[in-house]
Structures are given as structure tokens and as C-alpha cells.
Design a protein around this ligand. Sequence first.
Ligand code: PLP
Length: 323
Amino acid sequence: RYNQAKGWHGARVESRANFPLDPAAAVLHYAQEIFEGLKAYKRDDGGVNLFRPDANARRFHDSAERMAMAPLPEDVFIEAVEQLVRIDRAWIPGGEGSLYLRPFMIASEIFLGVKPSAEYIFSVIASPVGSYFKGGPAPVSIWVSENYTRAAIGGTGAVKCGGNYAASLRAQAEAIQHGCDQVVFLDAAEHRWVEELGGMNVFFVMNDGSVVTPPLAGTILPGITRASIIKLATENGLNVVERPYSFEEWQNDATSGKLREAFACGTAAVVAAIGTVRHAGGEFVIGNAGTGMETEKLRNQLTGIQRGTVADSHGWVKDVTLA
Ligand code: PLP
């Protein structure tokens, strides 16, 4: 918990239980809430890995600052996650599964006024999870939202606050109505530039060996998977270009064959090929609507690093096997 007199205090690991929250707690009215998502992986030798928890700690800190919340020291974030993983170690599934960790912070001051809360609760919960997409790593279908946008310049798109996701639900429901797995958002100003999915960043693999991904210009989440993919793809000899990519270009490149592969990436699904893209005016497929070679390679490299079967030459993995 945080208050102004004591700062952050009272850390402990305890059984999952309800929070007693006053109905006037600030989070219930003005949505001062941020969260993170990361996974603990069981290795073949029985050990346990976290993947870049320091990057989640940093992003959580950045999210708190944007939302005018009390930043949590990054070492406290990491320690909290590690302690929970150690205690819940028996709940980490093997195989394709993992233990999903959800650190979050809520504004708990009892006060009905629009101002930053003076009190916060930070908590981490965990749950065993299987594969994110039903049916495993099959290519996903994407609905292009032309009515709803996710984030504008100056807004909160680059941080992980609950409000971003509340605002995306209507568009995601529209995707499902149109038979698609996920929604992709275009920019708020021109409705022209591809931004990201509801919960994943997006990459485009071209036939000239270049890979395009939308730039971090303040409206998309700086994904930790995205940053890792940029690094791995570059090391694989691909020319990664962070630049605005329009929906029009996407359609043209898919039709002409210039675009070989497209994929979405994030902690939940790691890397998922995009097969079909549907929009109000029709639909198109990418490549042969399957999982492309580079997509598959990057997924195998990244999941291998996370699970300890591929060498971690970047120091991304944190071994949290019980000491
Ligand atoms: N974009 C959004 C909107 C997300 O919610 C996420 C989720 O985690 C990502 C991208 C991918 O980020 P990361 O790779 O850090 O999981």
C-alpha cells in the first residue's frame, strides 16, 4: 500500500482474498488503474524463468507517471513478482503452458473529486494459462476498426492503463461479430495508419527482406515482445524499419505479393501469424493465409529463449528457480 505519510509499505504474500474497498475509492470513479502482464515458464530441467521482468517494471513505472499515480520502485515490482512465482511454483504448467502474472495498481483514496489519489494498492495475482488462441498457433483473422480508435497523440495509448482496454471492447466485439479473432486499430487523426491490435503489436514481413512495424509515436504500447522481435529479426539479417504503415499500403502490398507475412506479438500469444484481414469494404489474405517462414522462426527463437531451450545471448531471462 502507498500513502503520503508512509510511502510504499506493508508488503506481504498472502492467500488470494477480496479487497475491502470503500464505494468512494477513487479507482471506481475516475479509473486511475494500471497493470502489467508477464509469464513464468517452467524449463525442462524443472527450473523457472521469467522473461525481461525488468522491462515490465520499467513500463509499470512509466504507466504510473502518466496516470499521476505514485510510481512503484522497480526493484519492489520485481521482488513482488519473484516472491509470488516462488510460492506458486507448483502451479506453473509444463508444455505450452505458463503462469500468467498480473501486477496492477489501483487508486484507493476515499474521495469523490477529480484529482490524483493520495493512496494506492499494488498487488500481483497469478493464474496458470494454456495457449492464448483457441486451437493453438493457427493464423488469426483480423478486423480493421474504421469506426473506433484506441488512442490519440497526447492520450494514454503508450501506457498500460485499464481505460485503454475499456475503450477497445466495443471494437473487439465488432471484430467477433464479423467472425474475426482480433481487432486492429488505425490512428485517431487520419484513420489511415495501422497502429496495433487490441492487445498486441504488429509486424509486416516484405519480400525484399525488410520488416515494417509502426513506430512508437505515443499512441501504441511499447511491447516487450515487440522490442525483442526487433532485436532478433535484425540479428537474423532482416532490415527492421519502424515507420508509419497505412492500411492502403497493407492492402496493396498483400495483393501485389510484396507483403509475404504479417504477425501480431505480445506476451499472451507470443507471435501469431495474421492470415485474413477483414474490413467494411471486403477482405484479403496474407501470403497463403498460413504461418510464414520468418514468423515461425521468430516464434521458435523467442519461445525457445523464454523456456530455456535456445541460448539467451541478451540476458533477457531471469532464473527464479527456488533458491
Ligand atoms: N499492445 C497492447 C495494447 C497490449 O495490451 C499488449 C500486451 O501486453 C501489447 C501490445 C504487447 O506488449 P508485450 O509484448 O509487452 O506483452
